[in-house]
Design a protein around this ligand. Structure first.
Ligand code: UDP
Length: 383
């Protein structure tokens, strides 16, 4: 087993967790290729030069998970500080808390609803003519009714995804809880926190093992695959095959920095739900790290747009056309994938959170150790 040669392409959570598990559990030597000069992929954090604040370079990342094994894994490599994510949403009717909870409902409708009366009130708001919601919009209208949907979701979703919410799957809406209490934690997970020294340090520490060789600033070429028994590839699947069947569509993000003395918006994340405001949200990074103190602040305005061939892909669109293109790539991977296993958000073209990526990476590594000569083609079925 220890003679097997393994490569991980990409040093986000997928590559790092697989490399660490194989090195640690089976003494395998693993080469990790990273085209950037730093590790971390989309989770990359670094200190802002001007303010010293730890910034999440690719948008806000709040670690949260229900999985015990994922939480114990990441806690081996860094100290997690307590952090509960609370989002404020600016709408045409004022500023409210998200996710929708008792406070949001009472503020929005000018009511004094309780845990007992709110469910009936919300039920009466919902559009009951929709029996089986087929998309994002129908799901939201069924659950919340038109007033809440239009104030919080319609404009934001059109900006974020660049398509009408009727074209998106209901599962995207279901990411957000609706609470009949005053709990305004954005996440429902049991465990949540922020790594004290940022995600790049956490991933560097996962990769810090004598059997792991990190090749920073090195792009993995197709011809490199022949030097390995197995390659875990976390780049975009269409890119690996030279986009032979066309491009899988993604949304990309652009960030505009705002600097000032003191505090900018008084909280870590404010969403701008109106379609007339061109950005989706503003992240003020120092509020992720209440244990630090900085006299200046830096906030990032986030703009979403269609991802061009040279842009960084963030959110997979996964609409009907993309799914049929994806099916062609899956078929191609099965036929011509050689010794590759496609992993993670880009490798399997799915909208995954960090903890899901880690969970799948742990499972993929264990699966490989159990049957190294019969390795899976994907960390999870992309279709
Ligand atoms: N969403 C919205 N308004 C908001 C926040 C979220 O319409 O103020 C919708 C939007 O479609 C978004 C989805 O809910 O893409 C999921 O939101 P989440 O905050 O989970 O997105 P992420 O942080 O992954 O970008």
């Amino acid at each position: 087993m220890s003679a097997l040669r393994v490569a991980c392409v990409g040093s986000g959570f997928s590559g790092a967790v697989i490399a660490r598990t194989l090195a640690e559990r089976a003494g395998l030597e693993v080469d990790v290729f990273e085209s950037e000069p730093y590790v971390g992929g989309h989770c990359h954090t670094e200190r802002d030069e001007r303010t010293g604040v730890m910034v999440h370079r690719h948008g806000p990342h709040i670690f949260n998970t229900q999985f015990d094994d994922v939480w114990s894994f990441v806690n081996r490599f860094t100290v997690f500080r307590d952090y509960v994510h609370k989002v404020r949403a600016i709408t045409s009717r004022g500023v409210f808390g998200l996710p929708i909870n008792l406070k949001t409902l009472n503020d929005f409708f000018g009511e004094e609803l309780t845990a007992e009366t709110a469910p009936g009130f919300l039920e009466a708001q919902g559009d009951k003519s929709i029996a089986e919601p087929r998309n994002f919009e129908e799901q939201a209208l069924r659950m919340l009714g038109r007033d809440l949907y239009e104030a919080f979701f319609h404009g934001y979703t059109r900006k974020q995804w660049g398509v009408d919410p009727t074209e998106l799957p209901a599962s995207i809406f279901q990411r957000l809880p609706v609470r009949m209490s005053y709990d305004d934690n954005y996440h429902i997970s049991r465990y949540t926190g922020i790594p004290e020294q940022g995600y790049t340090q956490l991933i560097a520490s996962i990769l810090d093992h004598p059997k792991i060789r990190l090749r920073l600033g090195q792009t993995f070429e197709a011809s490199d695959a022949a030097s390995y028994d197995r390659v875990f590839y976390s780049g975009p699947i269409d890119g690996w095959f030279g986009r032979r069947h066309g491009r899988l569509r993604y949304r990309t993000l652009r960030f505009e920095a705002i600097y000032q003395e003191g505090d900018y918006q008084g909280t870590s994340q404010v969403n701008f739900c109106q379609e007339s405001v061109p950005w989706t949200r503003v992240t003020e990074h120092k509020h992720f790290a209440a244990w630090e103190s900085h006299s200046e602040t830096v906030a990032h305005k986030e703009f979403s747009s269609a991802c061009g061939p040279d842009d960084t892909p963030y959110y997979p669109l996964r609409l009907v056309d993309d799914r049929s293109t994806l099916a062609q790539y899956v078929e191609l991977a099965d036929r011509e994938g050689g010794n590759l296993t496609f992993v993670g958000r880009l490798g399997t073209y799915r909208y995954l959170n960090m903890d899901q990526v880690i969970k799948e990476a742990l499972d993929t590594a264990e699966g490989f150790l159990a049957a190294p000569h019969d390795a899976a083609r994907f960390s999870k079925d992309p279709l």
